[in-house]
Design a protein around this ligand. Sequence first.
Ligand SMILES: O=C(O)CCC(=O)C(=O)O
Length: 241
Amino acid sequence: MEDIERKLDQLEQDGFILIEGALSPEVTEQIRQRINYAREQGWEEGLNAVGNMWFDTLLDREPETYSPLVGHPSLRPYLEGMMGKQCQLRSFRAHINPGPYLQEWHMDFYGHWQEKREAEKYRLAVPPVGINTTFYFQDNGPGLGHLKFVKNGHRIEPPHLYPLDRPKFEAWCEAQEHVILYPKAGDCVVFINHIPHQGAKERDDMERSNIVCHYQLTPMYEGIWHVSRPRGYEGTFPFVG
Ligand SMILES: O=C(O)CCC(=O)C(=O)O
């Protein structure tokens, strides 16, 4: 219990926590292979300019493989500890980085700060927030690959967001103090998803894939500024019996 409380404090304080061994080696290997199978089948939605190939349909295509990741028991204390029953799966996306990969500095929930200001105008409104759980299927490490955060980037509003001036926003992110994580296969990074972050391969030929579950605490209106589209309502509350 105390350990969980400490981790919840850390998530609030730092904006992220690394959960080591969130998935067993067997499950990690099984899912790694299924993600590669998805690529063989050509199920990707696309491959973007920074080297990220993405898949939005895997939870629907192979629920027996992927649904255990939603509200996974090793993460439940943190998701539930932060959001309770209102914790809602917003979207489920897998990624493969087939070649060189240096992600753009970005936030998954770009609209957070403007929605926060909006919410402050109304008596019952609360600022919408979201959490990512990103599962890794290969070992990252110095010389291999990493995930970088802007230190305390969930607590300060970055400049150049509204309207987005991407070069200036990215230059600001680059100039801040950073924290670098090296998640290993089976680890999961849980983070508040308006913190600016950037994944990267340091070795172009490493195999690298991950699965991101986006959760949201509050219902968010269609068109809110978030990198993912919502899955809808039915069956999206993992902690409600
Ligand atoms: O490690 C990565 O490639 C980046 C992960 C990411 O952008 C995310 O989890 O939202």
